[in-house]
Structures are given as C-alpha cells and as structure tokens.
Write a protein that binds this ligand. Structure first.
Ligand code: NAP
Length: 253
C-alpha cells in the first residue's frame, strides 16, 4: 500500500543539530515514521528526546561540537555503538553570521563555510563509506536555503555555503545513485527558528519578508516534516540530486 512506502521502521537516521528548530522537527518526523534517530548536537537534545519518547519513539543523543576536528569520527563511532549502523543522514546543522561583505573576517568566513559546507561533505562521505556502501544504499538529505538561489542581504558566507550545498547534492547524487544512495536537499523558506530571530526582531525587515511570502506567514519546523520523511523513505527512491523548496511560494514570486 502506498503509505507503507513512507514508513521508516527498522531504519536509523543521523540528524545534525537535532536539539532545536528544523532539526528537532525533522527528528520528531523521522521517529514518528518509525526510525531510530541519533541526534548529533553540541547542546542537550532533552526536549527533542522528550517529544519522541512521548510516542514511544527511539532517540539517542551524541553530544559533539560539529565544527571541531574529529567531529565526524565521533558521530560515526557513537552511531556504531548506539545503533550499529545508519540508513539516513540529515545534514541540518548550520550557522548564519550577518555582516556587510566589506567587514567579513577570514575567521568568520571559515566558521560558516566549515560547518555549512565542509562538514556536510565530509560527514556524507564518512557515513556513505561506513554504512551506505556496505549496505547497498542510503538516503542523504541536505538542508539548503533560499540563499542557495538568491544572494540575500549581508550574509555572503552563508549564501556561498548554501549555494555549495545544492552543488554538492547534485555531485554526490551523480556519483552515488548507482549505489542505491539518494542524495537530495530541502530548501526551507523563511522559518520561525533561532536562525531568523534577528530578522524577526527587526520590525522593518520582518514586515518586508512577510509581505513577499505568498503563503502570508513564516514557516515552522512542522512545515518541512512531510518532505523530510518523503526524502528519507522508499517513496523517493528514484529522486536524485534535487532540491525541494518548502518556502510558502517565496521562489515562485
Ligand atoms: P537553528 O535553530 O539556529 O538551528 C541550527 C542548528 O545547528 C542548531 O541545532 C545548532 O545548535 C546547530 N549547530 C550550529 N553550530 C553547531 C556546531 N558547531 N555543532 C553542532 N551543532 C551546531 O536554526 P534552524 O532554522 O533550525 O536551522 C537548521 C538548518 O536550516 C540550518 O542549516 C539553516 O541554515 C537552515 N535554514 C534555516 C532557515 C530558516 O529560515 N530558519 C531557512 C533556510 C535554511 P545550537 O542550538 O547549539 O546553536
């Protein structure tokens, strides 16, 4: 039956940045579909764990600063210890630093590129090597952005990193589709999370963003839950290298 294709029973998903925002929503969604979720985060995922345990779902936390050397090894080693393997990787953790291009230091540029771009590649590579190639398949979901397609305002490193995410999604899909690994991305629109708290507290920017969203509201983590389950499941087995915008129509305008 068609809805069975969306079930994730028996699968294990690694979700980075699972403690809050979109990562928390994605973790809850994958667990509701039946997956065991390993949340990799630098702060406690207690709230996410509680939400998942409330419906008897399975969640494990791996506390790790993903911007530090050795983070990829930590995620792989702890996943093996906790669940033996992984079938799904969601590269969700990301940071945004807002400053004029003229003021961006090399340090800040590297911070953003390191987490949003470099980690996405090397964690995908390690998870594919360790778990997906031996098992003959897997799913990678990268979290892109509207700034994978647009320049944004005062966020040049973020726009560069999120444009790279869409490129990497296609490059990895090209190489790994033949091995049963689907690599796709979700480009969220303007969502009410910590990532946009600065924007939402600026009355003028907030009103101008809201007026441009055809759906007439900011998105929420719940809005990307269905797309995440779809891309993590058998229902998307012939979808490769594509970025799905979940943006209330922002890109259509
Ligand atoms: P968020 O609440 O700021 O979540 C970002 C997540 O990344 C948090 O869990 C954060 O942990 C984690 N993270 C940051 N640096 C880390 C590090 N060094 N080690 C481990 N974890 C780290 O915002 P969000 O909106 O949910 O963002 C999730 C993803 O969606 C990001 O990739 C973001 O770029 C993308 N996105 C968001 C929007 C939006 O409008 N909100 C739009 C497009 C794309 P802490 O809580 O400890 O900081």
């Amino acid at each position: 039956m068609i809805l069975d294709l969306f079930r994730l029973d028996g699968r294990t998903a690694i979700v980075t940045g699972a403690n809050t925002g979109l990562g928390q929503g994605i973790s809850v969604a994958l667990a509701q579909a039946g997956a065991t979720v390993i949340g990799a985060a630098r702060r406690s995922c207690q709230e996410t764990a509680q939400r998942i345990q409330a419906f008897d779902g399975r969640f494990f936390e791996v506390l790790v600063d993903l911007s530090r050397p050795g983070a990829v090894d930590t995620v792989i080693t702890r996943t093996k210890e906790l669940a033996g393997r992984a079938d799904i990787l969601v590269n969700n953790a990301g940071i945004i630093l807002r400053e004029d291009a003229m003021d961006v230091s090399e340090e800040n540029w590297d911070k953003v590129i390191n987490l949003n771009q470099r980690l996405v590649f090397f964690l995908s590579q390690a998870v594919a090597k360790e778990f997906f190639f031996p098992a003959g398949g897997g799913k990678i979901i990268n979290i892109a952005s509207m700034l994978s397609f647009q320049g944004g305002i005062r966020v040049p490193a973020y726009a560069a990193s999120k444009s790279a995410v869409v490129g990497m999604t296609k490059a990895l899909a090209d190489e790994w589709a033949a091995h049963g690994i689907q690599v796709n991305a979700i480009a969220p629109g303007y969502m009410a999370t910590n990532n946009t708290s600065q924007l939402r507290s600026d009355e003028e920017r907030s009103a101008s963003i809201l007026s441009r969203i055809p759906a007439g509201r900011w998105g929420t983590p719940e809005d990307i839950m269905g797309t995440a389950v779809y891309l993590a499941s058998k229902a998307s087995d012939y979808v490769n290298g594509f970025t799905i915008a979940v943006d209330g129509g922002w890109l259509a305008r």
